[in-house]
Write a protein that binds this ligand. Structure first.
Ligand code: 5GP
Ligand code: ZN
Length: 141
């Protein structure tokens, strides 16, 4: 039995309580148009189960999600005549997550759409880069 959250807007969409413009469904995943698209044809891909963030998804769902992203991504690009496609995914409010049911944004991109991605920075010194390398890799041993 998949986890559900009765207060979650995406669980309500999955239960048919709120309408959506659904473009794809498999046993484990669905995809529908984002109601406030960055570009026309912006689609959200999500697991049917309610998992709050990327870090909560059971590992066996990963392949299903990747399959859905690839299939839907191809269809979004072809249907919109896009030149490119961004995959975006926000976790926790600090990163811009508004709906706490994990989902992946597929955003069709056009060469001249003028959309800017986030600004990048640099490391002040190699020590800081080394410290972070050790800190992250140490947690993965
Ligand atoms: P987040 O910021 O959590 O990564 O993205 C949530 C997305 O869900 C937003 O882009 C927002 O426009 C979309 N959204 C919120 N409520 C609804 C809804 O009721 N229906 C649909 N189709 N999209 C929604
Ligand atoms: Zn949910």
């Amino acid at each position: 039995m998949e986890p559900k959250d009765s207060n979650c807007i995406f669980c309500k969409i999955l239960a048919g309580e709120i309408p959506s413009a659904k473009v794809y469904e498999s046993d484990t995943c669905v995809a529908f148009l984002d109601i406030a698209p960055v570009n026309q044809g912006h689609v959200l891909v999500l697991p049917k189960g309610h998992y709050p963030t990327l870090m909560d998804i059971p590992v066996e769902l990963g392949g299903n999600l990747m399959d859905a992203l690839s299939r839907v991504g191809r269809a979004v690009m072809e249907a919109t005549g896009a030149d490119g496609l961004n995959l975006m995914q926000n976790n926790h409010e600090a990163a811009g997550q508004m709906v706490h049911h994990v989902h992946f944004h597929l955003i069709p991109r056009h060469s001249e759409d003028g959309l800017k991605l986030w600004p990048q920075s640099s490391y002040d010194n190699p020590d800081e880069m080394n410290r972070l390398t050790e800190a992250i890799s140490g947690l993965l041993k």
